[in-house]
Every structure is written in C-alpha cells, then in structure tokens.
Design a protein around this ligand. Structure first.
Ligand code: B12
Ligand code: SF4
Length: 540
C-alpha cells in the first residue's frame, strides 16, 4: 500500500514571508500510518518546491501510488482540487482523498464542485485516515465506507456524510514521523535555522465568532508535555531544528501542563539549542505574569497575541472575552521578560472606516509590540460571524480567503483604499521601528532576531510577495484605485451546501425557539409556584 501525500502549491504573501514552513499534517499522518503498519508513505511538498501541474503529473506517474492524499485550508482548496484532478488523469486507479479544515465543513460544496475528489476525511486525520487506508488495503473500502466514521463521499447523486468521528482521545498515542520531510528546505528566515511546527494541545476552549479552529478540534486536549519534549528533542537531534512554533491554537490555557513543558525543556538543556514561539491570548499572559521569566528561560522568544481588534466594540463582537486595556499591559509584561511580541489586528469588517484603521495604528504604536500585523477579516464560511453577515459577503472565490485580500467591502471605502490604509499602517510602523528601535534596542539575540524579522519583511517587500501586492498591482497610494484583486466571480455556493447551511440555520432557530419556550415555561412555573401555605401566587 503506497500512500502519496501532497501539500498543494498555494501561496499568499502573509505568514510565508518568514520562510518555508514544514507541513505538520504530513508528519502526524505519516506517524499514525507507520504505527498502524503502513510505512510506504511518500510526500511531495508542491508549495515549498513550487511544483506545477506538469511536474506533479510526472511525479505521480513515477510513484504510482495506491492512494493520493491532499490537504486544504480554505484558500488552497482549488489548488488541492486541481492536484486531485491531475491524479485522476494520470493515476486513475488511486483513491483520491482530501482532508483539512475546509473540506471538513464544506464537504457538500467540495463534492459538488470537484467530482475528482473520491472521499473527504472530516476532522482530525490520524484515526480516520488509518481506518480508511486499512479498508482500502483490505479491499473492502467500497462496501464498508458508510460504516467508517468521519468520511464524506458521493454515492451516485447522493452526498453521504458518515457519522462524525470522535476527536483523538489518546493524544499521548500521537507519534509524529518528521523524518518524512526534506529538512534542508525548511528555514526560518529571521534566524536562518531549520523550523518545525509540533503540536502540543488540540482545540480551544473559547468560541471567537470569526474563528474556525475551536469548531474544528472540538474538545481541548493536551499531550503529555514530556512526550512533546521527546518529539522536540528528536527534531533538534535528528533534523537540526533550531526554531519551532507550537501549532496549537491555545497552548497556555492549561497552566500546569505548559509550566511542566517549560521545565522539561530546561531540564534537558534544550533552550540553548532551540528557540520557539507561540500564539496565545492576552488573558493568559495576564494570568501567568509571574511565569514569563520561566517561559523565556525555556527558550520562548516570540509570542503572537490575538489582540485582534483595537476597539472594545470589536472585541465584543468577536466574542474574544478580553479587554483593550489588557493588551498594552500584556505587551509590556512580555517585553520586560525579554520575549518578542507580535500584535495581531483584524481589520476590514463592513463597518471599518479611515478613523478606525488610524486608531489601530495609534494603538499599535502606543502599545509598542515588536511586530504588528493587520490581517484582513476573512469570513470563513463555517463560522458564526459568516452566518451573521449574510448578504454582506459578496465574494465566494475562496482562493482569496487568505487574511491579505479584503473579502468584505467596508461601507465607507473601496477595497483598494482599505488595502492602501493597511499598507500605510505597515509602512509607518516598520519605518519607525527600523530607524529608531530595531538597530538600537538590546544586544545579542534580541537585536539579531529583530533585524532578522526586518530582513524577512524587506525581502517580501522587494519581491512584492508581501500581501500579494505584486499580483494585485499595488505600488503605493497613487495606485489604490487601480488595484485588481482578480476575484473569480463565477465562484458560487453550491445548492447542496446552501441547503446544508439553511438546515443548520433552521435547526438553530428551532433550538432558540425551544430554549425560549422552555425558559418561558420555567418562568411561568416559578411564578405559579405553590406557596408554603399551599396556595398559589394569588393567595392573600
Ligand atoms: C503553521 C501554520 C501555517 C504555516 C503553514 C505550514 C505548512 N506548510 O503547513 C504558514 C506560516 C506558512 C501558514 C500560512 C498560512 N496560513 Co496558516 N496556520 C498555521 C497554524 C498555526 C497551524 C497549522 C498546523 O500545522 N496545525 C497542526 C496540524 C496537525 O493540523 P492540520 O493541518 O489541521 O491537520 C490535521 C487535520 O486537519 C487533518 N488533515 C489535514 N490535512 C489532511 C489531509 C488528509 C489527506 C487527511 C486524511 C487529513 C488531513 O489531519 C491532521 C492531523 O489531525 C494554523 C492555526 C492552527 N493553530 O491550527 C494556521 C491556519 C491553518 N492558517 C491559516 C491561513 C489562512 C494561512 C494563510 C492563508 C495566511 C497567510 N496569508 O499567510 C497562509 C496560507 C499558506 C498556504 N499556502 O497554505 C488559517 C486557515 C483558516 C481556514 N479556515 O482555512 C489557520 C487555521 C489560522 C487561523 N487562525 O484561521 N500557516
Ligand atoms: S481566535 Fe484563538 S482564542 Fe479565539 S476561538 Fe480561535 S483559537 Fe480560540
């Protein structure tokens, strides 16, 4: 049984500017397959190697796999579908599998628009994929597929979704196989070292309305920190990894486990050999302010904070359960602990104005994080906020759902102006930082790291890959009226997907009505409560 995994060749100038990142999904799936006895797994990183269809064609013919598995987040979905189209053409006998967050929620859309996709794995891949591969290997896939949890496929005209699989409960049984990657390719530009993305915790206990991740991983689970450190030690020893970020949505909420993780790294002398970064929440920084020194000692040098929105109003809308005032304080605390801070702003909702964008800049400058990012609000089609926005979402070309393209048009400005104002924020922030802060602040590692980040930004700026500026034709404020985001207007929501949403919406309304009725009934009962004396409320 030969399984070929492919990461599609999709690029959008955002996080990529920091280097070539290794695909963690491949390591985790290859590990699960190996543990189950399937060790003939090959990986093609079409993204990092910029492989075009012809190159993929040639590779697939050469490898002749039994199964082709491709991943997709929302923006890379069409590229992923294209990879499977190539597979259908040149290795038609191979089973064509798609996994990842987009297909998990949008399986009706995908199966409607891309008949070349044989089967979708919905949710975490480790267990579902092994069950699927086992069925294929034993020649019973077609007859058993309705019994395998977590799949979606077409059967004639019908789109079938099997029972949802449970999340991976035995997270300590997860054993990634990172040896499948071609390590010389994965370099983190700011430090010039190899980079990895291990995963300690899955899920997020919060429910921010703009985010798809809590829905994907469902329950929050943390692996045994010692096992995660085993994995990291191996990455350092076997593959000379010098920097990692935790793939986790929320690595710090479980204070005890995160503290144990830090102690374990220190006990094994790893902080001298590997530095790392995380994404986390302002509230955790405030809670753990006394532990920030320990975090830094454990090698944590970079914290990306979901400060998310400058205005409290926006925070409330996003359901972020945090307060604007805390952001400044969290950044100060991290700076004091000598940890780099990256503040993330989400801009570009329909109520964005020139003033609110200016406000985010003023706040970024006031808070003084080392790095600041302005991401375009992207309405993941499976999030609560998307449902709320309804008709306001006009673009269904998912390839542009990438944090750098304005999907929403603010009422007060054109998309080109929004991009220009965001660029203006970047220009002002980084110009001042580059001139007055980075070269002069701190010594040794801190200075080297900051200048490394600046180098990554400048490189992307020169290559015009940052924010896809080259692709959209943005050359500065004078071109803001001419930028072209090249939205594919022929892209629409498939009727089957629409029906699914409507059904969910109806279920939600029905559930809300039920809740309201139960509440009213309870209130009535309470009001009509029998009094101690035996009478009702109307007694004297
Ligand atoms: C690391 C990371 C990156 C790395 C990518 C590294 C790489 N080569 O894969 C970098 C920094 C380059 C990056 C860039 C971008 N990213 Co990113 N990134 C992440 C992050 C932090 C972790 C992803 C990860 O590795 N998770 C761990 C692995 C194990 O999980 P997984 O990939 O979901 O895989 C599991 C399942 O999905 C499933 N599965 C996945 N694929 C397959 C395939 C098969 C065949 C099967 C069976 C199963 C399966 O099984 C796996 C194991 O359980 C997530 C946020 C998060 N915390 O998850 C955002 C995230 C994935 N990124 C996101 C986005 C939007 C982007 C960018 C577009 C942003 C930008 N403009 O820069 C680009 C796109 C780059 C690209 N070309 O794909 C979004 C996607 C949202 C969405 N709904 O689509 C996320 C979720 C962030 C967010 N907050 O919304 N990113
Ligand atoms: S934005 Fe962050 S904190 Fe909010 S639900 Fe998503 S992962 Fe959790």
């Amino acid at each position: 049984m030969h399984v070929l995994l492919i990461h599609p060749n999709y690029h959008s100038g955002g996080a990529e500017i920091a280097g070539n990142w290794p695909p963690a999904w491949v390591a985790y799936l290859a590990g699960a397959l190996k543990t189950a006895g399937y060790d003939r797994v090959t990986f093609l990183d079409a993204m990092t190697n910029h492989l075009d269809d012809d190159q993929l064609r040639a590779k697939m013919i050469e490898l002749a796999p039994d199964v082709v598995g491709v991943t997709a987040i929302t923006p890379s979905i069409y590229k992923a579908e294209q990879v499977l189209e190539v597979a259908r053409e040149v290795v038609p006998e191979a089973l064509r599998v798609l996994g990842g967050v987009h297909a998990t929620f949008m399986y009706k859309q995908v199966l409607s628009e891309a008949p070349q996709v044989d089967v979708i794995v919905r949710g975490e891949g480790e267990e579902i994929f092994v069950n699927l591969i086992r069925a294929v290997d034993e020649g019973r896939y077609l007859q058993d597929r309705r019994q395998i949890h977590g799949l979606a496929f077409r059967a004639g005209d019908e789109i079938v979704a099997t029972k949802a699989a449970t999340t991976v409960k035995d997270v300590d049984g997860i054993d990634a196989d990172w040896s499948i990657l071609e390590w010389s390719k994965y370099i983190y530009v700011p430090l010039g070292v190899r980079v990895a993305i291990p995963n300690m915790a899955r899920g997020c206990p919060f429910t921010c309305s703009f985010c798809s991740q809590w829905k994907f991983w469902r329950d929050y689970r943390v692996r045994d920190p010692r096992k995660v450190v085993d994995e990291i030690e191996k990455l350092v020893n076997d593959h000379q990894v010098g920097f990692f970020i935790l793939a986790d949505e929320e690595p710090t909420i479980n204070k005890a486990k995160f503290t144990e993780f830090c102690h374990e790294l220190i006990a094994r002398g790893l902080p001298d050999r590997v530095k790392w970064g995380i994404n986390t929440r302002v509230t955790d920084i405030m809670r753990d302010k006394d532990l920030l020194g320990l975090w830094r000692k454990a090698g944590l040098v970079h914290v990306s904070l979901g400060t998310e929105a400058a205005a409290q109003m926006k925070l409330d809308l996003f359901n972020k359960e945090t307060k604007v005032g805390n952001n400044k304080e969290a950044i100060r605390l991290l700076r004091e602990a000598d940890i780099f801070t990256e503040a993330q702003f989400i801009v570009g909702l329909d109520n964005e104005t020139a003033e609110t964008l200016e406000e985010t800049y003023q706040m970024a400058w006031d808070w003084q994080p080392d790095l600041a990012n302005w991401s375009m609000y992207t309405p993941w089609p499976f999030t609560p906020l998307f449902q709320e926005l309804g008709d306001k979402v006009e673009v269904f070309d998912f390839s542009k759902y990438n944090f750098v393209t304005p999907i929403m048009k603010p009422e007060a400005m054109e998309r080109g102006e929004l991009l220009d104002r965001v660029m203006n924020n970047y220009r002002r922030f980084y110009m001042k930082k580059a001139l007055f802060h980075y070269p002069w602040r701190g010594t040794g590692f801190r200075r080297r790291y900051l200048l490394g980040c600046l180098k990554a930004f400048l490189r992307a700026g020169f290559q015009r890959t940052f924010y896809d500026l080259g692709k959209v034709g943005y050359w500065g404020p004078q071109t803001r009226k001419k930028v072209n985001f090249h939205f594919d207007k022929s892209r629409e929501i498939a009727p089957a997907q629409m029906e699914d949403w409507t059904a969910v919406h109806d279920r939600k309304i029905a559930a809300a009505e039920r809740k309201k009725a139960v509440k009213a009934q309870l209130a009535e009962e309470r009001a009509a409560k029998v009094m101690a004396c035996g009478g009702g409320t109307e007694q004297m």
